[in-house]
Design a protein around this ligand. Structure first.
Ligand code: SF4
Length: 260
């Protein structure tokens, strides 16, 4: 969603395009996003952040239907102004704990005031539905909680509610699907034979962690595109503009939220 908002604002301004003429199509591992894009919380100035969502499974079916063999396609750079979309921190967003690990890389380094010895925070990794992470960063111990699966999320939210919104954690990451987006409902389906012999979570998460290891940029705050975005458009983290385009809040829609 945030990416769509940036395309219809930052990119549109940079390229002199009327944002109304931009159609954003997101390829997602998530069936829920098809509904989510219609929520008013994902609109800025009357424009939807994302216009269409196709799942990775639908995308794979289209690729097959068109007889395109990805193995024979040459690698290409991503388009500007987000050519560094594959920073290590960006890549691991797909797995439970990935958003936490990416955030800790930046937060810990900013608090310590010098480069981290290691950017890998393994407490945040693995398939467990609930994981605590605690990182000493100078005078502060940063505490986080990583949760995946709706049942686990409900439990955590109940505890926070009972504590009147107070939590001992600085940051809580919640992903709806057990294991995170790599196990999302829009991902390619595997049959019971594969399920029996292959640890799909392990396989998919290893792919992301390997891509992170190999990435020339592993921290979000070192991504030149992110830096340029703040310098040229958002001004600084937490600015009014950053809130307008990147943050949102939710109001309950009841069990069957109305689609626009
Ligand atoms: S964790 Fe699941 S529900 Fe949440 S965004 Fe990823 S695929 Fe969608």
């Amino acid at each position: 969603m945030m990416f769509g908002a940036m395309l219809k604002s930052y990119y549109a301004q940079k390229e002199g395009i009327d944002p109304k003429d931009i159609v954003v199509v997101s390829v997602m591992p998530c069936v829920a996003k098809k509904y989510e894009i219609s929520r008013p919380e994902f609109e800025v100035d009357g424009l939807r952040d994302v216009d269409y969502v196709i799942t990775t499974r639908e995308f794979a079916a289209m690729v097959k239907f068109a007889s395109i063999n990805f193995n024979f396609l040459p690698d290409e750079e991503f388009d500007a102004p987000f050519a560094h979309a594959n920073s290590g921190s960006g890549v691991i967003f797909g797995v439970t704990g990935g958003v936490m690990e990416a955030a800790i890389r930046t937060v810990a380094e900013k608090l310590i005031g010098h480069e981290l010895d290691s950017v890998e925070f393994r407490q945040a990794r693995g398939p467990k539905g609930s994981k605590e992470i605690s990182v000493n960063a100078g005078e502060i111990t940063v505490k986080g909680l990583v949760v995946s699966g709706v049942g686990n999320a409900k439990e955590v939210l109940e505890v926070i509610k009972q504590n009147k919104g107070v939590s001992k954690y600085h940051f809580i990451e919640i992903m709806g699907c057990p294991g995170g987006c790599i196990m999302g409902g829009g991902q390619p389906i595997y049959d019971s034979v594969v399920r029996e012999h292959v640890d799909v979570f392990k396989l998919r998460s290893q792919v992301l962690y390997k891509a992170d290891e190999a990435a020339p940029i592993r921290k979000s705050h070192e991504n030149p595109d992110v830096k340029a975005l703040y310098e040229d458009f958002l001004v600084e983290p937490n600015s009014h503009k950053a809130h307008k385009y990147l943050h949102t809040s939710y109001a309950s829609k009841g069990r069957f939220g109305k689609m626009k």
